[in-house]
Write a protein that binds this ligand. Structure first.
Ligand code: FE2
Ligand code: FE2
Length: 277
């Protein structure tokens, strides 16, 4: 069995003015790290799915690394549209999977119960993502190498629309070509993204497409066209993926933050019943 925590879209380096005062997104990162370290069942691994820093500068990567290094389990890095490939490689230097001899920060982790495939959808200078021929070929070959093993795919940009037109306009180019590849590989249990800053699940390419909300800030849900969107400070998101041979894939959401706890004597007996649940 295995438990993976996905966190995403920290945008470290950005300080956002709100109706409740200014919020430094680096503090939100510290909160999600503490949240994961306190989870009752400790994840085996954390996957960070991009937009790690807001401006892609070395200073913000360096302090992000300090925060992530305080996680009590290993973590993997996947780049987003706000990230800079070479600076990610430089700062997270000991993450050897990033030094793959390719221009792209894609990789496959083989030594876990679930095979983990990470895609690089970064298209420098653009907020939209891209899967070019080289990256799609790499995905095809990587999945073909182990067709029997349960696999999770992680990437920043969703390869399909989530009925959020503002964000759908900046999702991943060639998502339809990726869908053909994923459809032909039923070992892919799910494709797990970020970027939208809202949680969504899509039935896509004969698998599940999880779009995880940001661990730092959300955007209000706009299912119709809007000219602009503003940050909203709903609770930060940490999505969990549990996998075992008995259950297959099970996913849960946990919300970063402190919330009131009910003080009760357990679950009440249902009306007409006489046994405790
Ligand atoms: Fe983002
Ligand atoms: Fe993004």
């Amino acid at each position: 069995m295995m438990l993976i925590a996905q966190i995403t879209d920290f945008h470290v380096g950005r300080v956002i003015e709100t109706t409740a005062g200014s919020i430094d997104l680096y503090q939100r990162l510290l909160e999600v790290v503490e949240h994961i370290n306190r989870l009752e069942t400790r994840p085996d691994l954390v996957v960070v799915t991009g937009d790690i820093s807001n401006h892609g500068n070395l200073e913000d990567y360096a302090r992000t690394k300090i925060a992530l290094d305080s996680l009590q389990m290993p973590y993997l890095i996947v780049p987003g549209n706000h990230d800079h490939r070479q600076r990610v490689r430089d700062v997270f230097d000991e993450h050897r999977y990033l030094h793959n001899g390719s221009e792209f920060l894609h990789y496959c982790i083989e030594d876990q119960p679930v095979r983990l495939v990470a895609l690089d959808t970064l298209n420098p200078g653009h907020h939209t993502g891209k899967l070019c021929d080289e990256r799609l070929d790499w995905l095809t070959q990587t999945l073909a190498a182990q067709p029997e093993r349960p696999t999770l795919v992680f990437m920043h940009h969703p390869p399909a629309a989530v009925q959020y037109p503002y964000m759908d306009a900046m999702n991943c180019e060639n998502g339809d070509r990726m869908a053909e590849i994923i459809s032909a590989n039923p070992q892919v249990q799910a494709v797990c993204c970020g970027h939208v800053h809202r949680d969504a699940i899509v039935n896509w390419a004969n698998t599940l497409l999880f779009v995880s909300g940001s661990s730092a800030f959300s955007y209000a849900l706009h299912m119709g066209e809007v000219p602009d969107i503003d940050p909203l400070f709903e609770p930060g998101i940490c999505r969990l993926f549990f996998w075992s041979t008995e259950t297959g894939l099970v996913s849960h959401l946990t919300m970063v933050g402190n919330y009131p706890e009910g003080i009760t004597e357990g679950v009440p007996t249902p009306p007409g019943g006489d046994t405790e649940a």
